[in-house]
Write a protein that binds this ligand. Structure first.
Ligand code: TXA
Ligand code: MG
Length: 336
């Protein structure tokens, strides 16, 4: 049982406690509209080191700096191109992260030693209240242990970290449910480094120019440095091996597992036929927005069933599902 303090939504006293903790260099988990973040003062070296230790994340992986409003951008980026202001105007506060050339004082602990910094203005009211009251930048990766599923409610943050963090601000379930879209504006051509629920087409129509897709960015990064851990082949993974299965092969795969004495938990677009009524089975929405909202919660539920495998029905190969397909691909294991 977790003994950390879980405080409820937008009580000013709770925000004040959290801000005092940040100022002391402690860790505070907070809700954003995408996933919960594990935050600390982005200007405090020892606090950042502690954050990386608690998360179990290699130090070379950069973290996003969260700020309250666009006036603070210039404190973190040495150059704010017009494209950044366009995207900020269209999507901030919201589920978008911009990669910009970093300002001089931005710590290597934040950037992983790179010359760029990731910045986001989240729109969740609790995140907004926290960031406004704190005044500075809050470095926050997703509030999960490195490589694991992101947390989309306070209880899941608690089960990840127990009492190793000072406060969890409980803002209820996250609306979007998967991590922000990351757009790299630090070079001549904008690139999507991580797809999210703000779609590539929406971004290019605001910018008035095409983007380099994240698949291209990934193939570049695997040759060079790993700029975004979300681009590592295995990430966002449950403990139980996850297999993606095409719709037409799902029932056959379940039968085959049963015949081999393997237990499975299933996420499918349709409900379980009566012959599989003994199987832990989540019915996922056919609407990508709802699917994303529930994705990590559903996977965490299935993971808790302690089965040999999670079988997840593949999602449509369409633009609106791209970010979801990306997360499922990275969550999936091979070899079944
Ligand atoms: O929705 C989100 O983005 C959530 C919430 C809490 O804001 N945060 C999140 O953080 O997903 P994290 O650390 O789990 O993933 C952030 C990604 C990482 O893949 C990181 O490598 C990348 O952003 N990133 C951060 N700074 C970067 C930089 N300067 N250049 C390239 N990638 C960067
Ligand atoms: Mg993460």
């Amino acid at each position: 049982m977790c003994s950390c303090v879980v405080v409820s939504i937008i009580e000013q006293s709770a925000i004040n406690l959290a801000v005092e903790a940040l100022a002391r260099g402690e860790l505070v988990a907070f809700p954003t509209e995408t996933v919960y973040g594990l935050g600390t003062d982005a200007m405090n070296v020892s606090a950042l080191r502690h954050l990386f230790e608690v998360k179990g994340r290699p130090r070379t992986h950069p973290v996003i700096v969260h700020i309250a409003n666009v006036d603070q951008l210039e404190q973190w980026a040495c150059h704010v191109p017009p494209s950044a202001l366009k995207l900020a105007g269209a999507f901030w506060p919201g589920p978008l992260t911009l990669i910009l050339p970093k300002a001089k004082h931005v710590l290597d602990e934040v950037t992983g030693g790179q010359s760029t910094v990731g910045i986001r203005i989240p729109r969740h009211p609790v995140a907004q209240a926290l960031l406004k009251e704190f005044g500075g930048g809050v470095a926050a990766p997703s509030a999960n242990r490195f490589g694991r599923l992101s947390a989309t409610c306070a209880e899941d943050v608690c089960s990840e970290f127990g009492d190793t963090i000072a406060y969890i601000l409980n803002g209820g379930p996250c609306q979007v449910g998967i991590e922000s879209t990351i757009v790299d504006l630090s070079s001549d051509t904008p690139q999507i480094l991580r797809p999210g629920m703000i779609l590539s087409d929406e971004i290019s129509s605001v910018l008035g120019e095409p983007l380099i897709s994240h698949e291209h960015a990934v193939s570049n990064t695997s040759k060079l440095v790993v700029r975004a851990p979300g681009t590592l082949p295995r990430h966002y993974a449950p403990k139980t091996p996850l297999c993606l299965v095409r719709s037409e092969g799902l029932y056959g795969k379940i039968e085959a597992c049963k015949a081999s004495g393997l237990t499975v938990a299933v996420m499918s677009f349709t409900s379980a036929p009566s012959s599989f009524s003994d199987i832990a089975w989540m019915v996922a929405s056919g609407n990508p927005v709802d699917f994303a909202h529930n994705l990590y919660r559903n996977l965490r539920f299935l993971d808790r069933q302690s089965c040999d495998y999670l079988l997840v029905e593949s999602v449509p190969d369409e633009k609106a599902w791209k970010a979801i397909a990306d997360r499922l691909r990275r969550a999936s294991a091979h070899g079944l």
